[in-house]
Design a protein around this ligand. Structure first.
Ligand code: PLP
Length: 386
């Protein structure tokens, strides 16, 4: 099996596995209980918080551990809806993950602005500036990198403009950690990370608050997480997540090397499959992600045939798989409906090697040949607006 769906989820990395095993055995106690074994669990939890804060150049007091990015994103949007004056709205990019998009529509009905992206999938900064200038915004949410295309957003610029304008900035950086060298988050008011995207376990994540927003509350019902999120902490998950990020950061060269492997893979496919497109080739992208539009045949056919050959790839985001219709990201990028059904996302991990990428390219070409034994290529003439 050669796994190429790291943007969906990752296997546990070695440090995450060791930490999880140790914590399941050694740190099972409730950190809020009044005896020694619990005090040790509490200490381990606070050490993990400080360790994460140091990694992000932030303060431990601003970190809230959550059950993942979906919970963190939902909680932030709901909290902002409660706290902002009624006349202030929220602007989000039109390519946000559903865990931002859906709560934004729900909690900010009538005061939500969708920020457009270019056909290459990058936020339109001029439009954003114009929306900021209206003075109507209380908060902005723009992700760091898109989960489907891997396209990096100008989130540093957005964060700076928000800070200048006194508008709260929320950044879903779920696809950023472990794939980027740049951990400068100083202008983010709400920063979200997701463990299982960087080699940690599922069901755990974090939210980092700027000092302006220390009053944030997500879940009521207990004093945990400084009263911001009631509920017994998932200590094994948290310790494993923080170790996973440490491992990912120490192995950054592995993820950066993916760019070269990915580029060779794309060149091979572009030569061998006439009419194929690679999305976002001319803009900054995550080094591990290739988002392609095939000239023919529904993506699920390709995915199944690749799976039979031992390669796991996806049609887009896992959340969108099985849903009918275009994903909001593809719609925002003006993809024709037909093209949306021919997209494939390939995403690798820090230990994916050159040979695996080369084998994947060969598998694509083999399938292309088997699907079109006469070499003809129906559907090629369709205009793909990417
Ligand atoms: N945000 C982005 C950009 C994602 O890619 C994902 C993962 O699918 C999520 C949020 C949701 O993360 P979680 O599975 O931790 O809830």
């Amino acid at each position: 099996m050669t796994y190429f769906d790291y943007n969906s989820t990752t296997p546990l990395n070695r440090a995450a596995k060791d930490a999880l095993f140790d914590a399941v055995h050694g740190q099972w106690a409730n950190p809020s209980s009044p005896y020694k074994v619990s005090a040790r669990a509490r200490l381990a939890l606070e050490k993990a918080r400080e360790n994460l804060a140091a990694r992000l150049h932030g303060k431990g007091t601003g970190i809230v551990f959550t059950s993942g990015a979906t919970e963190a994103n939902n909680s932030v949007i709901r909290y902002l809806a409660e706290i902002l004056p009624r006349e202030k709205g929220l602007a989000i990019s039109a390519i946000e993950h559903p865990s931002v998009m859906e709560p934004a529509h729900h909690f900010f009905k009538g005061r939500l602005e969708l920020l457009p992206v270019s056909q290459e999938g990058v936020l339109d900064l001029n439009h954003f500036r114009a929306v900021m200038a209206t003075g109507r915004l209380g908060a902005v949410s723009v992700m760091a990198a898109n989960n489907e295309t891997g396209i990096i957003q100008p989130w540093h610029r957005v964060a700076g403009l928000c800070r200048e304008g006194g508008v709260a900035y929320h950044c879903d950086a779920s696809q950023w950690f472990g794939k980027s060298l740049d951990y400068r988050f100083e202008n983010c008011d709400f920063l979200v990370g997701c463990s299982h995207k960087f080699g940690g376990p599922k069901g755990v994540g974090f939210l980092v608050l700027s000092e302006n927003w220390y009053g944030f509350r997500a879940l009521f019902g207990g004093p945990q997480e400084g009263g911001r999120r009631g509920g017994t902490e998932n200590i094994p998950g948290i310790l494993s997540m923080v170790s996973a990020l440490g491992w990912a950061d120490r192995h950054r060269e592995g993820i950066l090397a993916q760019k070269d492997h990915r580029d060779v893979f794309e060149e091979r496919l572009l030569k061998g499959i006439p009419g194929m497109k690679c999305v976002g080739k001319s803009v900054p992208r995550l080094p591990n992600t290739s988002f392609i539009v095939l000239p023919n045949y529904e993506n699920l056919r390709w995915v199944t045939k690749l799976d039979v050959r031992g390669f796991q790839v996806s049609t887009g985001s896992a959340c969108a798989t099985g849903k009918t219709g275009r994903s909001p990201t593809l719609r925002a990028m003006n993809f024709a409906r037909g093209a949306s059904r021919r997209t494939i996302r390939v995403s690798s991990g820090p230990q994916t090697d050159r040979e695996s990428w080369a084998d994947l390219a060969e598998a694509f070409l083999e399938i292309w040949q088997s699907l079109k034994p006469d070499g003809s290529c129906d559907g090629l003439t369709e205009v793909i607006s990417v």
